[in-house]
Design a protein around this ligand. Sequence first.
Ligand code: ZN
Length: 161
Amino acid sequence: MPIQKNSVVSFHYRLGRVGGEFIEQTDNHQPAMYLHGHGNILPAMEKAFEGREAGETFSLDLTADEAYGQPDPNRQGRVPIKHLLNAPKKLRPGMQVQINTGQGPVDARVLKVGKFNVDVDANHPLAGTDLSFDIEIVEVRDATEEELSHGHAHGPGGHQH
Ligand code: ZN
């Protein structure tokens, strides 16, 4: 069954930076899963899956612009430590934190820690990175009515609820 709109796709992937460095991969026993045609994954990735079938393997390189975009300097800045949600007592560069903003919590990475303020970067951790995927399609099936009404896949690798 070729992947088309409303297919539920299970797949394994290995993700690295173009040119080498390993980033992450799916667990052997737990493929990732998504509902095709609903914007659940990167648009360029969804396009590369279109029409493929279970058992196919392929490589996919995405430029940063096709993936998570370029880092936005406006998403870096200095915020008072008291504006962090559940901040650990000992903040360190590299930590992931949440900033309490008027528009809700925003995930960010700590760059530098001061006495009352912290420099943070709220860009996606892979912004500015060209990505290289090795993909294996494990299973393709039709979505259930419930999955279609929720707009995402259910079950292991998908949403659990
Ligand atoms: Zn759901």
